[in-house]
Ligand binder design. Structure first.
Ligand code: AMP
Ligand code: MN
Ligand code: MN
Length: 333
């Protein structure tokens, strides 16, 4: 992505007054941290900013600096100069936040998903970035926008979560350079890591126990999956954010190439979450077959059908892909 595109975005940000900053429903740390970081920078420039997500701020990210800025959208749609979608591969994944924009003179789309089709008037999609927050950092630095420790903490939380704590393959020397610059603002890495990774509610572990009971291995152990029924979710009192990251337990097993998590939803669909350990098996391509998208190694979809129907269809496709790829467990682990 070109520097001139960032300059164009920088000029638009400076030239307008009313902004809406949005991200995808069922948000993760990258979505929320990127939104807050950009919002704080724009506020420091004297701009009016709405920071909306269909799900509002999640309990587990409510420690982020100025988290209170991020809310569910207002019921009555509003008019904006600029609406900015962050970390959102498909525009309709903005959900009710999209419906809350009655009009916007300019739509900006900043993202790192390979499958992003490039909706909007000004598009900056860099699929080599391990997190949208890396692009926000670049924008702030290159365009000389306001930067401070609160912004740095939000960006650090976003990058740390989207890279699996600086582990996933897109984590680069540049990512560590950015992290170093963020830490130099005086942020406390130990405290942030504890807030991010050692502050889960007990029910998250109870959920993991139930998921492990349904764990299944196929294709000589190359495909691992588990599922969550509505009944179990209700019994445990889990909320959607509880399952973020649990799929990593499946991926962490030797020999597993693809991990899949199925979650029964109340609307007659099943949320599918998929991870791959090798570029030779592109889970984004698999999820796109089911109407979803994402990245080569981490993707998802929402598929209509019962839990068992969707499991059968999706796992059948995954097993076919593994069988036809030349991947061996040795090349993975
Ligand atoms: P998740 O498994 O929910 O953590 O999602 C993994 C990646 O796939 C994320 O980057 C998501 O943005 C993307 N993704 C998940 N679900 C969908 C979907 N229904 N449509 C498009 N992209 C998705
Ligand atoms: Mn995200
Ligand atoms: Mn992201």
């Amino acid at each position: 992505m070109s520097a001139t595109k960032l300059q164009e975005i920088g000029q638009i940000l400076r030239a307008h007054q009313r902004f809406a900053i949005l991200s995808h429903l069922r948000p993760d740390g990258d979505a929320l941290g990127s939104q807050l970081a950009l919002a704080l920078s724009l506020q420091a420039l004297g701009k009016e900013v709405r920071v909306w997500n269909e799900d509002g701020m999640l309990e587990k990210y409510s420690f982020l600096p100025r988290a209170e800025l991020l809310t569910k959208p207002l019921p009555n749609p509003e008019d904006f100069d600029v609406a900015i979608a962050l970390d959102t591969a498909i525009q309709n994944r903005l959900g009710t936040a999209l419906a809350a924009i009655r009009s916007s003179k300019i739509w900006i789309n900043i993202d790192h998903h390979l499958s992003n089709p490039g909706y909007g008037d000004v598009v900056y999609v860099d699929s080599s970035a391990p997190a949208t927050a890396e692009i926000i950092f670049r924008l702030i630095k290159d365009e000389g926008l306001p930067f401070n420790r609160d912004i740095a903490e939000n960006l650090y939380a976003a990058i740390s979560t989207d890279t699996g704590s600086f582990q996933y393959p897109k984590t680069s020397a540049h990512t560590f350079e950015i992290a170093a610059e963020l830490i130099r603002t005086g942020l406390d890495v130990g405290r942030l890591s504890q807030q991010l990774y050692e502050s889960y509610p007990r029910r998250r572990l109870e959920l993991l126990r139930e998921l492990l009971r349904s764990m299944r291995f196929q294709q000589e152990g190359h495909v691992a999956s588990f599922s969550l029924t509505l009944k179990t979710a209700a019994e445990l009192g889990v909320i959607p954010e509880d399952n973020e990251g649990l799929i990593d337990h499946l991926r962490a097993v030797r020999g597993v190439i693809v991990a899949v998590f199925f979650e029964e939803l109340a609307d007659g669909k099943v949320r599918v979450s998929m991870r791959s350990k090798t570029n030779a098996v592109d889970v984004c391509a698999i999820c796109q077959k089911f109407g979803g998208g994402g990245h080569t190694l981490a993707a998802g979809a929402r598929v209509r059908g019962t839990l068992s129907e969707v499991e059968e269809r999706v796992l059948g496709e995954v097993c076919d892909r593994i069988a036809s790829s030349k991947t061996t467990p040795a090349s993975v682990t």
